[in-house]
Design a protein around this ligand. Structure first.
Ligand SMILES: Cc1cc2nc3c(=O)[nH]c(=O)nc-3n(C[C@H](O)[C@H](O)[C@H](O)COP(=O)(O)OP(=O)(O)OC[C@H]3O[C@@H](n4cnc5c(N)ncnc54)[C@H](O)[C@@H]3O)c2cc1C
Length: 312
């Protein structure tokens, strides 16, 4: 049997969870059980069913995300599951190793493809901050597989879904949330298909209007380099790279970012990379599919006008 952890945000499943469902249903041929914490909103369970999940176990009694309590709840409710698929998000990364320990399972994170089962169970995973790939054999009968968002193609496999409820009584209170800062109304960076990102070359936070406008026209999210968020020009939730978020959009537009190795670590798996930099020697051009050597303050207005015209 195959299972997934169905992470949700206020009762809504993320796209990465649907990818986990699709992965699980493709390797099992159906019969996928999902576990989520808290009752999903109306219509959400059906989204899972569209990708092959035929049973959803809703765990109640847990509040704020806590890796140990959540990991225990998932492991306890998916004891008979041999392959457990998890989205490699913050939550997923935190609970996957805990579940692997609880179930004495092989663990693979950053997984980017369906397994090759012609000889054992071989998976392909990103290593060295996305600079390379490793093919790894998972030898234990139980496996925990955390898949990188935007790596697995969604394939529909509609089934009907049963919902069961279970309650965790007296969980340990290990984490106390003292406040939540929400990036309201935005596409989550890890789910965005287009990301418009900018660095110190933008000179100051007052110039981000152009970056936001381009992102909005292209239906994408905004991101930034580490110094930009360190200087409070942009929120830390937008910081991508080795010490920030790892993303894999279809299109990554980097404006006034030098392309340091620590930045590339978080974005180099993007399908198409466009670099705008006034320095023709900027290292980012080596990783670019398309490059524009020019001043961002001249290039961006033209790009925005062209994107608007194309959209119209
Ligand atoms: C342990 C460690 C972890 C790190 N983790 C991260 C990380 O996760 N993410 C990250 O981003 N960085 C990270 N860094 C920092 C990283 O090494 C770089 O210092 C950082 O990425 C540089 O940011 P930047 O490109 O915005 O700024 P800069 O290096 O200052 O580059 C600015 C670029 O803008 C260009 N430019 C200037 N003016 C214009 C203009 N008008 N038009 C067009 N282009 C212009 C310049 O030519 C230059 O290439 C880390 C560093 C360390 C040591």
């Amino acid at each position: 049997m195959t299972g997934i952890y169905a992470e949700n945000s206020e009762g809504v499943f993320k796209k990465a969870v649907l990818e986990a469902a699709s992965y699980a249903s493709q390797i099992s041929g159906g019969n996928v059980t999902a576990v989520c914490v808290g009752m999903p909103k109306d219509g959400e369970a059906e989204k899972l069913a569209k990708y092959g999940v035929n049973k959803l176990i809703v765990v109640e009694g847990l509040n704020a995300f806590d890796a140990l309590n959540y990991g225990r709840a998932v492991a306890a409710n998916l004891q008979n599951v041999k392959n457990l698929i998890i989205a490699n998000t913050y939550e997923g990364k935190a609970i996957a190793p805990r579940i692997a320990v609880l179930q004495a399972a092989s663990l693979a994170t950053n997984v980017v493809e369906l397994p090759n089962t012609t000889n054992g169970f071989s998976i392909k995973r990103g290593v060295f901050s996305g600079k390379g790939f490793a093919h790894v054999q998972l030898s234990r009968e139980n496996k925990v597989i955390a898949i990188t968002p935007n790596s697995i193609e969604l394939k529909e496999n509609p089934v009907s879904i049963n919902i069961e409820k279970t309650t965790v009584s007296s969980p340990e209170n290990l984490t106390q949330i003292t406040g939540i800062n929400k990036a309201a109304g935005k596409i989550p960076l890890t789910e965005a298909e287009v990301v418009v990102s900018a660095g110190r070359g933008m000179k100051g936070p007052e110039n981000w209007g152009m970056v936001e406008e381009l992102a909005q026209i292209l239906g994408g999210a905004t991101a930034c380099s580490k110094p930009v968020s360190d200087m409070d020009w942009r929120p830390h939730s937008e910081h991508v790279g080795q010490t920030g978020i790892t993303i894999k959009p279809n299109l990554y537009i980097a404006i006034g970012i030098s392309g340091a190795i620590q930045h590339l670590a978080g974005v180099s798996s993007s399908k198409v990379i466009v670099v705008i930099n006034k320095d023709p020697e900027a290292p980012f051009f080596k990783a670019a599919d398309y490059g524009i050597v020019g001043d961002a303050f001249e290039v961006l207005p033209q790009l925005i006008a062209a994107a608007k015209a194309a959209k119209n």
